[in-house]
Design a protein around this ligand. Structure first.
Ligand code: UD1
Ligand code: CA
Length: 454
């Protein structure tokens, strides 16, 4: 549980500019919702999230986490009103709070801490984040007073042409004294748009002779707000670049970095190499010395050390160390490949374990199976796991040799060191050290020793 100061996150807006059935804050950037990025920043600054949602954005409740307090603003009447609603949920709190918008996924925890420090240094009840972001945008413009503090924020749509030409904008992150905020928010009124603007707090403060400090970031990307899908894509680009740079600085090599996409929660050990066109999604983990790509899609998969995954798709799989995959193979959920497994082209493994050193080099399907160690799975082998109604299991013992084009009709067991002949259709269990040949396969004693070199 996070304790610490409240971090108020405004996420009740309708997000109409997204033109979507999905609430804006649930649109994804780098594999997770906008709102989750903002919550990471809030928690990273040591604050406890107080998330303002509305009827429309209520589905976002599913991602806020157990430590968050949720307030419902119904109907959304503007950012100032949203903060008023948030404060009703934390009646006893005092000291400092942060306020952030749920649509600014690039905001950093360090920046919130910097706002807090600035507020203390300037002895101001309110400190806000600004940036030099040019004039081709809809941000609120910062109007400074002669001391360099902030006199007013004017929303771009309400600004005069001169005000719109001001290059410094409100990026939408605040550190504020809670006691001051309570009385100030109560004094906010709806303006000509019918909304209550949080940004009007600034004019209120300066009218009282209360100072508002501004921290102008040198990384204006940080405040990028997402209102349209064009802005969503732009934010995604920046987040993706930051993620790759974080991994590179931690010792991961990227070839042609911008061609690969790595989700926010992927972990990659130092000395891994990510070749071009690799997409690493979800909670994927990659071990040291492993090479991914060129052209691989790896989703929620754990990969050990010194593995090689080329031009393949891996989903929900686990690879121990020294595993080689590809090109053109597909691991589906529940695939578990022990150390040293080799899987060549056009192989598919689902819900199955392949034992240490097992080789499966050419176009085979292994599903719902446990395969022992050092097994050779010949080209074109198929586990017939599905009878049209139910899935059945296949077991293959250590050192078995499955001949090319074997069909194994599950449920079935092939014993240790047993051999199936090329083209056999195995319908009955094969005990250890036996040979199964023909259609349907007859089971015989093994006569000569098979040469396993392949
Ligand atoms: C807001 C700021 C603007 C700033 C910009 C930075 C105000 C009035 N304006 O404008 O100065 O430059 O962000 O990105 O604050 N929300 C609610 N309840 C509401 C309305 C909005 O919770 O009633 C939430 C939205 O879900 C959103 C956030 O507040 O996450 C900001 O609202 P939005 O409408 O996107 O404000 P902007 O027009 O971008
Ligand atoms: Ca916005």
């Amino acid at each position: 549980m996070t304790s610490g100061p409240p971090g108020i996150v405004l996420a009740a807006g309708l997000g109409t500019r997204m033109r979507s059935q999905t609430p804006k804050v649930l649109h994804h950037v780098a594999g997770k919702p906008l709102l989750s990025h903002v919550l990471d920043a809030v928690r990273g600054a040591g604050a406890r999230p107080v998330v303002v949602l509305s009827k429309e954005s209520e589905p976002a409740r599913a991602v806020v986490g157990d430590d968050a307090i949720v307030a419902i603003q119904e109907p959304p009447r503007g950012t100032g009103d949203a903060v008023r609603v948030a404060l009703t949920k934390i009646p006893g709190s005092s000291g400092e709070a942060f306020i952030v918008y749920g649509d600014t996924p690039l905001l950093r925890a360090e920046t919130l801490r910097a706002l807090s420090e600035l507020r203390a240094k300037r002895a101001a009840p309110l400190a806000l984040l600004s940036g030099m972001v040019g004039t081709a945008n809809a941000y609120g413009r910062i109007i400074r007073d002669t001391d360099g503090d902030v006199a007013r924020i004017v929303e771009a749509r309400l600004a005069t042409a001169d005000e719109r030409r001001l290059p410094e904008s409100n990026l939408g992150a605040y550190a504020v004294d809670i006691a001051w905020l309570r009385t100030a928010v109560a004094r906010l009124r709806a303006n000509e748009t019918g909304e209550v603007f949080l940004t009007d707090l600034v004019a209120l403060a300066t009218a009282d002779g209360t100072r508002v400090a501004a921290h102008c970031t040198d990384d204006p990307d940080e405040g990028m707000g997402v209102n349209t899908r064009v802005e969503l894509a732009a934010a995604e680009d920046v987040v993706r670049r930051r993620i790759r740079e974080r991994h590179m600085l931690a010792g991961v090599t990227f070839h042609d970095p911008s061609s690969s996409l790595v989700d926010a929660d992927v972990t990659i050990a130092p000395d891994a190499i990510i070749e071009r066109g690799s997409v690493l999604e979800g909670h994927t983990r990659i071990g040291s010395g492993t090479r991914i790509g060129p052209y691989a899609i790896v989703r929620d998969t754990t990969i050990g050390e010194r593995c090689r995954v080329e031009a393949s798709v891996l989903e929900g799989a686990t690879l121990e160390d020294d595993v080689r995959i590809g090109p053109y193979s597909h691991l589906r959920p529940g695939a578990y490949l022990e150390q040293g497994v080799e899987m060549g082209n056009f192989g598919e493994v689902k819900n199955a374990r392949l034992g240490k050193g097992t080789k499966m080099h050419h176009f085979s399907y292994i599903g719902d199976a446990v395969v022992g160690q050092r097994v050779n799975i010949g080209a074109g082998t198929i586990t017939l796991n599905y009878d049209g109604v139910r899935k059945h299991r296949t077991e293959i013992g250590d050192d078995a040799f499955i001949g090319s084009d074997s069909l194994l009709r599950a449920p079935i067991k092939v014993g240790a060191r047993s051999v199936t002949g090329a083209g056999s259709v195995v319908t009955k269990d094969v005990p250890d050290d036996m040979l199964a040949v023909g259609v349907p396969a007859r089971i015989r004693k093994k006569t000569e020793k098979k040469d396993r070199a392949s």
